[in-house]
Design a protein around this ligand. Structure first.
Ligand SMILES: [Zn+2]
Ligand SMILES: [Zn+2]
Length: 330
């Protein structure tokens, strides 16, 4: 096999643990057989944008190192619309010729293209579950929509939306009996409360329960069969609103703090790093804070958060909202 540019014999060279290329010791160009680039980038194709490439392709006089027919010539085209460096390609065997220094350029474009594809890929939303791993941001909005399907009256109803404004689930605060009415009158947000988290099909997925306490508050998150997931525990702090989230083992999963002078932003931190954030929308202006107080946004900042950790963060956000932002509607 010979270099299409300088006719030097090519030699086998490892690209990574799984792939080899044919390298030219003279001009440092390289021949990558079909599929090698894709594998090296975990992409599903060798070219970042094949249709763009084909539309731009120009003939060259370079022979293909692999194809035996001497008439088979490589074509040249830019790597992508953003990266205009030309590479050479065989339309017969789909091998790619890269000059020295072109490998990182095409790999970067391939990875970018792959990420965009993942972002655009429509995932099938299961109406009976709320897979928080699929979302980076959740929008929570109070809604007047009736919930007759649930068979009981609910007080506060919230819808959970994704960034495209699709409804992905619901939160409802339970309680219609006279006892809870009295509690509400006398104790405001210190009363015990239960919040249900439902799928878009109104299937019960999670329950948040706050036992009645006068001082340090705590809510516990469970699945519908009563399985414990974790808890949000308020801790005493003078200058902050301060909570911790405990995981199922009772270990502190993260801390939640908000300075009193900025109560519309709560940072969820783990070892000092912000892993999630709760923001009351329209938080820049106090007047807006009060006119649209029931909208808030949860941002999952760390991609490493597990489903249960995300559920606990969602629960904590509800807890914060009910504790600090709810006004008596009665
Ligand atoms: Zn060469
Ligand atoms: Zn070829």
């Amino acid at each position: 096999m010979r270099c299409p540019k300088c006719n030097t014999a090519l030699y086998d060279y490892p690209l990574d643990a799984r792939n080899t290329i044919d390298l030219c010791s003279q001009c440092r160009g390289m021949w990558l057989k079909a599929g090698v680039l894709a594998k090296s980038c975990n992409a599903d194709q060798d070219l970042p944008d094949p249709s763009f490439a084909y539309s731009q392709s120009k003939e060259t006089r370079l022979p293909c190192p692999t194809c035996s027919n001497p008439e088979t010539k490589l074509v040249a085209f830019p790597i992508s619309n953003q990266q205009r460096t030309d590479i050479d390609y065989c339309t017969t065997c789909k091998g790619i010729w890269l000059d020295q220094k072109e490998l990182p350029l095409i790999q970067a474009e391939l990875k970018k293209a792959q990420q965009n594809k993942l972002k655009e890929a429509p995932f099938r939303r299961d109406p009976n579950s709320l897979e928080l791993l699929n979302y980076q941001k959740l929008f929570i909005r109070q809604t007047g929509e009736p919930f007759e399907l649930l068979g009981f009256e609910t007080r506060n109803r919230y819808a959970i939306y994704d960034e495209q404004k699709n409804t992905i689930g619901f939160l409802t605060e339970q309680g219609k009996d006279f006892g809870s009415f009295l509690m509400r009158q006398w104790f405001g947000h210190w009363r015990p409360f239960d919040v249900h988290i439902l799928s878009v099909s109104r299937k019960l997925l999670l329950t948040l329960h706050q036992p009645f306490r006068f001082w340090f508050k705590r809510i516990e998150l469970r699945d519908p069969s009563g399985g414990y997931i974790g808890a949000i525990q308020q801790r005493f702090a003078i200058l902050h609103k301060y909570f911790v989230i405990e995981n199922v083992q009772g270990e502190v999963m993260c801390e939640v703090k908000s300075p009193f002078f900025r109560i519309w932003t709560f940072a969820f931190t783990r070892h000092g790093i912000e892993i999630a954030k709760l923001t009351k929308r329209f938080s820049g202006l106090l007047t807006e804070l009060f006119t649209d107080r029931d909208n808030f946004v949860i941002e999952f900042k760390s991609r490493k958060l597990t489903e249960d950790e995300r559920r606990l963060i969602l629960a904590a956000a509800v807890f914060i909202d009910v504790s600090y932002f709810e006004q008596n509607p009665d």
